[in-house]
Ligand binder design. Sequence first.
Ligand code: NAP
Ligand code: MG
Length: 496
Amino acid sequence: MPQVELKGVEGKSVYVETGLFIGNEFVAAADASQINTENPSTGKVLASLSAAQKEDVDSAVVSAQKAFKGSWKSTAPAQRGQLLNKLADLIERDADDLSSLEALDAGIIFRESKGLHIAQALETLRYFAGWADKITGQLLDIPQGYAITRREPLGVCAAIIPWNSPLMITIWKLAPAIAAGNVLIIKTPELAPLFGQKLASLVKEAGFPPGVINIICGEGSVAGQALAEHRGVKKISFTGSGLVGRRIMHAAADSNLKKVTLELGGKSPSIVFKDADFDNAVFWTTIGITANNGQVCAAGSRIYVHESIYDAFLLAFAEKLVGTTHGDPLLPETTKGPVISANQKKKISQYITHAKQSGIRLLVGGQDISGNGNFVPSTAFADVPEDSRVMLEEIFGPVASIAKFKTEAEVIEKANSSEYGLSAAIFTRDVNRAQRVSEALESGQVTVNCWAILHANTPFGGVKQSGFGRDMGEEALDGWLTTKTVKYNILPSEDE
Ligand code: NAP
Ligand code: MG
């Protein structure tokens, strides 16, 4: 299969393979099917890649099954950890290439990709490398003797990845899946698959046996759906929209009842109480909606501010949002990249237009950025009604909806009124209030005096329609393991 040469940071060449990575080889897709991926800063095609069809998913499953039944099952746990550590070292070595690919293909600012996403991926790989030989069961007394529980891998698993921080989210799945002893098929997002092609080369270089990690690019409705329906796949870990999450659950129910974990979207609230450190609250709430252009599942897109500091907050928030320079994500001076696609730009712009037409107060942004590339201004609306679309629906773009509140009870009710529950942020100096409110919030994660910062050792995932299952932390391992109970009926000695 041919390679593609792209120009990354500082004009350096980055080479990527174009085939599907199955059994440690890059192969063409059935019927030589291909898809193009574009640069969202320019709209130009970057590369044509093999696009997995149903037959290719079948061969990835066969390759993974062979690996699982072969040497992988008997590979020492510590060896799995060593391979994960080796992969981390290679990703670190080639971080410039990987971040260049995320900048070119997904519009992620190079600096953020390298400093945040890749750094987080490395932390996660090394964290789970340490877990590989520490997965234990229990020893339980029973009247007949004793029972032991063994925590066993599921076998062939699949991960379906979105485009918004593709390498980091891939590693959230890959690291615990492999530490737990599974074999994996990763379906990369068609809008930003290039990172996966490079990752595949590193998987091979790290020395994973053929078939243990397979990486296939392809359309969700074809390759993703085929994985979800496949009887040979024992688990799907999915990050993406609620709509597709539901489709995957249906497919799992209609096929082999494979295990499913879902990381879906959110409409995460940030609550600024009157006793908050004001500058710190402004800093984090602006990051909460501008990081990765708001294309973050945990984006702090609803901001509730106590009435006593509301006007001052609006002024400070608006000031922070206007000072961005949009442009090429590879350049150091760029502080704002494009959103992923023309479609995503259209969707975000429709929300902005609808809010303006509904008479909601536009605080900052909201204008159309013309020219090449999918650029959307950082935008905030103030005094946003609770029943408006921009307050209720996930926009997945840099659009904040701000409203004031009077009492703690009122803001808890508003925060919990969402159908989602992924992340919430509280800003207060009062530890009692922080404790009370974090207990009351219906959310998989609550951060106090900061916004959704991620750590490899802390579980991340949602409640309500934000999904179920956890990435990262010890708890993530649960999603990739099953428990077998072995019971011993201790027989009397034959001598007696
Ligand atoms: P999406 O449309 O749900 O796509 C996510 C992945 O699912 C992609 O790889 C997609 O493939 C694949 N897919 C599409 N149809 C499928 C099907 N029928 N069966 C199996 N897989 C299928 O989401 P997106 O547009 O990429 O991402 C934006 C959404 O994801 C947002 O709504 C956001 O809330 C959510 N999100 C959540 C998190 C989180 O951690 N909770 C993180 C990121 C994003 P292709 O796109 O390649 O066709
Ligand atoms: Mg792209």
